[in-house]
Design a protein around this ligand. Structure first.
Ligand code: EPU
Length: 337
């Protein structure tokens, strides 16, 4: 088994942070995963997927298992729908493109999200009115301690806003090996409610959009405000949008009449953290070689060779400032390691 000692994790995290793994192994088959877990499950392990949702603040004193399982296959299909099984190491956006080539609809709004298939259910990735749970059927995952494979249905996963059972009760217990998604072959349900999507479709001159047009629009929108990790290290939204009570929101609105919000229930609203951070004066602020992105305040960026600890300190400063100014606690979306 190819275990390498003292390896740099810089190429494997989209923030581009330098940190060392005590040891590292790329996992290319389910059998290999089973074998290595049998040997190593009692030792400290760190499971690495696409590395797009973490901030490394220190070296990893563990064996890093880099999940590289590949493969896409059709599980079942009718004239209208298809169920596709994708292995967890497949790149998410490449999978979206593969679906578009086959005219399979359902995840076009999730174009260009960084990361891998296997990490998509862990935080129930979402963008522009669609979440993974909308197309999710089930996933298979290996229990680290016993190396048995369990199938998790949608109900088992307990999905919420950027949440699932894998971040809660079962945290650190399973490694997702594959995901089954149900996609449309005909009569695609388009999600164009977001104002920015409508505007972008108008700009590109499309009146009756296809799933490919929606994907093109989303790609253009994302590229206009979210930095490409290949050019500027980042982990997408660093914070979650906070959900607060309608009473607290009413009080805030008295002081900040232009504060945006989205109704979640009769008692709660979601407030864009990007707006709060911008209002607090952080948008576009640069500190040495890290900072807050100039086009989307929810994204923290590494201008090159930044240290994870420094970025974490900036995140804490932002959290404290938002608490002081608005009395709102904003939680990180990114996993701080
Ligand atoms: N806003 C500002 N200033 C900013 C950024 C945002 O005022 O610098 C306000 C604006 O009012 C804007 C609103 O926030 O209308 C919403 O902004 P945006 O559409 O960019 O979405 P978001 O709520 O900031 C969320 C997701 C993104 C996802 C977009 C689109 C979270 C934590 N983030 O961002 O997801 O792409 O919606 O659906 O829910 C990610 O998770 O990494 C991610 C990028």
């Amino acid at each position: 088994m190819a275990i390498i000692n003292n390896t740099s994790l810089k190429p494997f995290n989209t923030f581009g942070i330098e940190a060392k793994a005590q040891s590292y192994c790329a996992i290319s088959s389910v059998e290999m995963l089973k074998t290595i877990l049998k040997e190593q499950h009692k030792n400290p392990l760190f499971i690495l997927g696409g590395g797009s949702n973490m901030l490394l603040t220190k070296d990893i004193e563990a064996l890093v298992l880099h999940i590289n399982l590949k493969g896409i296959e059709t599980v079942s299909e009718t004239n209208d729908i298809v169920v596709i099984k994708a292995m967890s190491g497949e790149n998410w956006h490449n999978f979206v493109l593969w679906c578009l080539q086959n005219n399979y609809g359902g995840i076009e709004n999730l174009s260009l999200i960084p990361g891998n298939i296997g990490t998509a259910p862990i935080q129930n990735i979402g963008a522009y009115g669609v979440e993974l749970k909308d197309v999710f059927v089930s996933c298979e995952a290996m229990h680290i301690e016993t190396q048995t494979i369990k199938t998790f249905t949608k109900a088992d996963c307990n999905f919420g806003y950027r949440e699932s059972v894998f971040k809660q009760d079962l945290k650190g217990q399973y490694i997702i090996t594959s995901v089954n998604l149900e996609l449309s072959k005909t009569n695609h349900q388009l999600h164009t409610n977001y104002g920015v999507i409508k505007k972008e479709l108008e700009t590109i001159g499309v009146t009756t959009p296809t799933i490919q047009d929606i994907s093109n629009a989303i790609i253009a929108i994302r590229q206009s405000k979210l930095p490409d990790p290949k050019e500027l290290g980042n982990s997408g939204s660093f914070f979650k949008n906070p959900i607060i009570s309608t009473e607290d929101f009413a009080l805030l609105e008295q002081n900040f009449p232009d504060i945006p919000s989205y109704k979640i229930s009769d008692k709660t609203v979601k407030v864009p953290a990007g707006w709060l951070i911008e209002k607090a004066g952080f948008k576009g602020k640069r500190f040495n070689n890290y900072g807050v992105h100039s086009k989307q305040a929810l994204v923290l960026v590494n201008y090159g060779n930044a240290n994870g600890k420094e970025i974490f300190e900036l995140a804490q400063l932002i959290q404290k400032t938002i608490k002081r100014l608005f009395n709102i606690s904003i939680a990180t979306e990114v996993n701080i390691i």
